[in-house]
Design a protein around this ligand. Structure first.
Ligand code: BGC
Length: 731
């Protein structure tokens, strides 16, 4: 009896001590790599494989036995997407997941303000953290190549330098909250048409100079923890398992140590997924699983087929271990990190950040005779016309669609600002509901909408037309491209009618893309107001009324006509391709690089945006006229707010190499600085430009090369408004 008692006591104490000893992987004081190795050493092959693929629409397994949590991903990139059912895309009708909608990334890019990007990242990171997400599926940095791309609104514009500068702080902000950012879509997902298979043929030079820099900055400067492969192919291999992109460039050249996540359903082969650098397979219904069967996750390419291959010795376990290490790393960096802050959701601070970004991103494109600002009390009757004055612009668009806590519409806030008795509203035109993958038309009669708007416009002092695109299929929306550069839903006809009724008609466009403006010479004022999320109405009303002086600059060029766009000018094979292949024939001459090199006048150039004040630039000077490839030149100038209103100007520094052994763009953006100045105030601005940024990508040598010789540094207020030049010789 005594012996039995002793034995039980001994056993129990063994159990207690086994429970008390913290394994290394759970010890948050230990370095992450040690924890990763320790966890890996305790996992079975089955457990390891189970980490490499989805278990539900947005999650993948942890290791329950070891207390390693699941990975929960969420779109991204403008707010925290609502919860969906386990294996359905439909919203799960939770009542605690209505988020703050931040402005679309095109608007963020238009602020030219990296500090706002950091605030954006921190705020959306806090929302993701509060909702207990591991990975935020964003930001997107695909380059704006054609104005028809349905997803341009989710990206940071046409310039690799601008998008690099803006993406880094966003990532740092998100990850400071213990949530992984997942930069997407790597790479060349520059159109939605045939996105699942189109094979992109692009030169190494265009790849390195135009399409990769923002991803590289995300990895090397932003230290991003995850990256999403894209749906399309590059040189005959799908980008979610593309040896060149994932193994050679991302993991070997750039030393990326995080997780490569597939785009949903972007995987097509176990063999390639295992060998070509993919780590985590997420899916809709993967290829071969296009109809919804019984729980398909175990049949994913990186599920049972992978396990079988490992067991049969077809795949080296080292390949599996590498994937698992990366997934464990992201878990230890986020959910199992000791210094993971707490989040918050729909806080007033987040609204303020959203509004501030919107206010700084809105671009004043035209403002004849100081049409704007319109302070309260200036006019007795203001006619507001257009669907986008009242329509939700956070719903639709595909995976970035949001269920929001609130969305202040322009009409609502303009009415509050100017007074109910001074505002009249008419719809003017109508589109259908935002249904994913299908075009829905409005059942309202277009002519009678125009007639009603005409009557209202005729009797008003001024007309504010608020239109543009929306998040419907074939507009600014995932899964399809626009069919033309024109404004949809009969808006051009409506604008013509409004101008006949009242020549004081201003046009305000919500969109993430350029549109054709056949009426441009006849309207006194134009505003590009993007998609600005929860605070849309407040930001717009503050700019229109003059409480905020606009300072946004275009992050992409507006062509006069579609054929002026580089990709469009080369015909169908260049865009959208022949359904199998596509050739980037414009090569490095994307966006303003094309317009400026070919001397084609854009409708509005890259970097352009007006203000309610004026700015004067002094002649720029440079601290040295001769330097080496390793040097940094300092360009100085004085910027003066020469008008009567406080405001901000983004000074831009472009580099040009007049004589070169290779094709060069007429100019390339290498630095910019946004400066806030009170009316009448001057400031000396100094901008550092590292000379190695003058390099071009030498395909033969597979590396960057700074050509010796003369360079011209162009200081401008846009890519087309150059205020001064300095010469620098590189030895
Ligand atoms: C999109 C991704 C998105 C994912 C999950 C895909 O269709 O391309 O950007 O993150 O769905 O919703």
């Amino acid at each position: 009896m005594k012996f039995v008692f002793l034995a039980i006591a001994f056993g129990a104490s063994l159990l207690v001590s086994a429970q008390q000893k913290t394994p290394v992987y759970l010890d948050v004081t230990k370095p992450i790599e040690e924890r990763v190795e320790n966890a890996l050493s305790q996992m079975t092959i089955e457990e390891k494989v189970s980490l490499c693929h989805a278990q539900s629409k947005f999650s993948s397994k942890g290791v329950p036995r070891l207390g390693i949590p699941e990975v929960w991903t969420d779109d991204g990139p403008h707010g925290i997407r609502e919860e969906v059912f386990w294996d359905e895309w439909d919203g799960a009708h939770w009542t605690n997941d209505s988020c703050t909608a931040f402005p679309a990334l095109t608007c963020l890019a238009a602020t030219f303000n990296p500090e706002l990007s950091l605030l954006y990242g921190k705020s959306i990171g806090e929302e993701a953290r509060y909702r207990n997400k591991t990975v935020l599926l964003g930001p997107g940095v695909n380059i704006y190549r054609t104005p028809l791309n349905g997803r341009n609104f989710e990206y940071l514009g046409e310039d690799p330098f601008l998008s690099s500068q803006m993406v880094v702080p966003y990532i740092q902000g998100v990850q400071s909250m213990g949530v992984a950012a997942c930069v997407k879509h790597f790479a060349l997902n520059n159109q939605e048409e045939w996105r699942g298979h189109i094979n992109v043929n692009v030169s190494d030079r265009a790849l390195y100079e135009i399409y990769l820099p923002a991803f590289k900055a995300a990895v090397q400067e932003g230290k991003v923890w995850a990256i999403m492969g894209s749906y399309n192919q590059l040189r005959g291999e799908h980008c979610c398992h593309n040896d060149l992109l994932l193994n050679k460039i991302l993991k070997n050249e750039w030393k990326f140590d995080g997780v490569v996540i597939s785009d949903w359903g972007g995987v097509h082969s176990t063999d390639q997924a295992v060998k070509n650098g993919l780590d985590l397979e997420m899916g809709t219904y993967t290829n071969g699983l296009t109809s919804k069967g019984t729980f398909p996750y175990s049949e994913y390419y990186l599920a049972n087929p992978f396990l079988k291959g490992i067991k049969e010795g077809k795949y080296d376990v080292a390949l599996l271990n590498d994937k698992v290490r990366r997934i464990l790393r992201i878990i230890f960096r986020t959910t199992m990190s000791s210094n993971r802050p707490f989040g918050r959701f729909v806080s007033p601070e987040h609204s303020e950040v959203a509004r501030k970004i919107a206010e700084e991103g809105i671009v004043l494109l035209k403002n004849d005779k100081q049409f704007f600002p319109i302070p309260a009390g200036k006019y007795n009757k203001i006619a507001v016309i257009g669907e986008n004055a009242t329509r939700s612009l956070v719903i639709g668009g595909g995976s970035s669609s949001l269920k929001v806590a609130y969305e202040a519409s322009p009409l609502q806030i303009l009415t509050a600002k100017y007074g109910k008795e001074h505002i009249v509203y008419s719809l003017g035109y109508a589109s259908g509901a935002a249904v994913y993958g299908r075009e829905e038309n409005s059942k309202l009669n277009a002519d009678s909408l125009i007639n009603k708007a005409f009557d209202i416009a005729k009797n008003a002092d001024v007309v504010l037309f608020i239109g543009g695109l929306n998040k419907n299929h074939f507009q600014d929306c995932e899964g399809g491209d626009r069919h033309s550069l024109d404004l949809p839903f009969g808006q051009d006809k409506l604008i013509d009618a409004l101008l006949k009724a009242n020549k004081n008609t201003a046009v305000i466009l919500a969109s993430g893309n350029a549109v054709a403006m056949p009426w441009i010479d006849r309207v006194p004022a134009i505003v590009q107001s993007w998609y600005t999320g929860s605070e849309a109405g407040n930001a717009l009303a503050n700019v229109l009324s003059g409480e905020v002086n606009p300072s946004g600059k275009l992050p992409f060029s507006f062509p006069k006509k579609l054929e002026d766009n580089a990709a469009a000018s080369f015909g169908k094979l260049a865009y959208p391709g022949d359904s199998i292949n596509e050739y980037y024939k414009e090569d490095i001459l994307v966006g303003y690089r094309w317009f400026d090199t070919k001397n084609i006048a854009p409708l509005f150039p890259f970097g352009y945006g007006l203000s309610y004040t004026t700015f004067a630039y002094s002649k720029p000077t440079v601290d040295m006229t001769e330097t080496t490839a390793e040097g940094t030149v300092k360009v100085s100038f004085t910027l003066t707010n020469s008008g009567k209103t406080d405001g901000a100007e983004t000074a831009q520094l472009y580099v040009s190499k007049p004589k070169s052994a290779v094709t060069r763009a007429a100019k390339e953006l290498k630095a910019f600085r946004k400066v806030f100045l009170k009316a009448g105030e001057s400031q000396t601005v100094m901008i550092d430009v590292p000379v190695n940024s003058f390099a071009y990508y030498n395909e033969g040598k597979h590396g960057w090369e700074v050509e010796p010789g003369s360079y011209t540094l162009l200081l401008g207020s846009s890519s087309r408004d150059i205020k001064g030049k300095v010469e620098v010789k590189v030895k």
